[in-house]
Unconditional design. Sequence first.
Length: 132
Amino acid sequence: MAVDALIVDDSPIVRKIIRHHLTKFGCKVVGEAETAAQAVKLFGEFKPELVTLDILMPEVEGYDAMRAFREMKRISPDVAVAVVVVSAVPFEKVRDSFLKEGALGYIVKPFNQFSFDPIRRKLVRMFREFAA
């Protein structure tokens, strides 16, 4: 059985790249969102086990990335949801705030061929369905 994933990024090109990596690792992408507000709605609908979350998206309906992240955790407190932050912001303070809140990892854009390797290793340990 595949790991259900939700991709959250305002760039269609970045979503395509993330989709490529996730499906290669054994995920089934159940939804894609362009805004944090859409992400919360789709998360509530699909209850994915993995979410990739861009943090630089236009704020819509009062949702920014951190609020969406916290709302997803609130929606599924008893389910181990892996949230991987994907951002062009390389600042340690921003990264540390998401990791402290429970994010599994933080990938900085632009991607290279090795960007997803550290996260993939963590996901292999977390989900037996993930391709090693």
